[in-house]
Design a protein around this ligand. Structure first.
Ligand code: FES
Ligand code: FE
Length: 351
């Protein structure tokens, strides 16, 4: 795509309106909040949301903005509200569902129900939380239906996070999507990865729309994507699709889901600026593997931390080169068909 799509603040603003305020965006794992009253702050698209588990066990998302004079209600990145959510300015209090329950010195007939915290839509799929910042979204399950049929063997809802890394990348978010969507670069950039999944042994089973990707064959039928190529844990299930393959899917506009025989890797992307993206990467394993003696996710963590750093660096170099007056978009190879599809879909949505 022309350079403006990676560089123009005007494109960034249009993406907010047409994409990021109107799509389900990933918000981490639901099991990060276990007890009622537990919360964490989520930074997203320049907004700050309080994700809190309410008394009924449901996770909710509220804008971190007091309905009195707009003050941030909560500063700590995570914790547990003892009772209500109390504004530090004049002491208005809200319950975990966001309803205003106390407003000192306001008139007796003050209409509290009209001053609930502003909510964002929140929904859960397979243990992953997604939020939707504006409007009336389609059901999350509908949006993710094509993926759901393909992921049954990986027990996604049960998995637990064994490790997390957060990266900040000086590149536009779309360069990260495009980079994840091809293995053309694997022999040159990731020789360690290419040895385990030869780059030509890849195919796609979701080839158009907001979810793209498919499987790659693992060289070692009993192996996994780790330093050394051996699995770190028993296979997640006996499903015939699980063993011997790695699956990679992009979920527009902020999530990568990578499925391996013994674990699952996720990348959650947050746009920070036109040329800056934060990536939260999590390694998920079965609870019995995590609790087992001698369990070590190290070889999986090390493998992807290296791969991630190589990918982020090359995306930063691409961002820099695209900033040159010499840049004109070149042709895609057959190995980059998913990039063509991503670009088409993106441009369609952007209008
Ligand atoms: Fe929150 Fe006044 S701004 S109570
Ligand atoms: Fe890569």
């Amino acid at each position: 795509m022309p350079a403006e799509y990676y560089r123009s603040p005007e494109v960034y603003r249009r993406e907010s309106e047409t994409i990021f305020h109107r799509r389900w965006l990933p918000a981490g794992r639901a099991d990060a909040l276990t007890a009622p009253g537990e919360y964490r702050l989520l930074e997203l698209e320049g907004e700050q949301l309080i994700l809190v588990r309410d008394a009924g066990g449901q996770v909710r998302a509220h804008f971190n903005v007091c309905r009195h004079r707009g003050t941030r209600l909560c500063e700590e990145a995570q914790g547990r509200f003892a009772r209500s959510i109390r504004c530090p300015y004049h002491g208005w209090t809200y319950d975990w569902r966001g309803r205003l329950v106390g407003a000192p010195n306001m008139p007796a007939d003050f209409d509290k129900p009209s001053y609930s915290l502003r909510p964002a839509e929140l929904a859960e799929w397979a243990g992953f939380l997604f939020v939707h910042l504006e409007g009336d979204p389609p059901p999350l399950a509908e949006a993710l239906a094509p993926l759901a049929q393909r992921c049954t063997g990986w027990r996604l809802a049960e998995l637990r996070v064994a490790h997390q890394e957060v990266y900040e990348v000086a590149a536009n978010w779309k360069l990260l999507f495009q980079n994840y969507s091809e293995c053309y670069h694997c022999p040159t950039l990731h020789p360690h990865l290419n040895r385990l999944t030869p780059y030509r042994d890849s195919s796609n089973d979701l080839e158009e729309g907001p979810i793209l990707g498919g499987p790659m064959r693992l060289e070692g039928a009993a192996g996994s994507m780790t330093v050394g190529g051996s699995a770190c844990a028993p296979p997640l299930s006996g499903d015939p699709d699980v063993a011997g393959r790695a699956y990679y899917y992009t979920i527009f506009p902020g999530f990568f889901l990578s499925l391996f025989p013994d674990y699952v890797l996720t990348h959650r992307l947050e746009r920070l600026e036109i040329d800056r993206t934060r990536v939260t990467c999590q390694w998920l394993f079965a609870p019995e593997a995590l609790g087992g003696t001698g369990f070590d996710p190290g070889p999986a963590v090390e493998f992807w931390d290296l791969t991630n750093r190589q990918d982020w660096h090359i995306c930063e170099l691409a961002q820099q080169g695209i900033g040159s007056r010499a840049y004109v978009p070149g042709p895609y190879s057959d190995l980059e068909s998913m990039l063509g599809e991503f670009d088409r879909y993106y441009l369609g949505v952007l209008g």
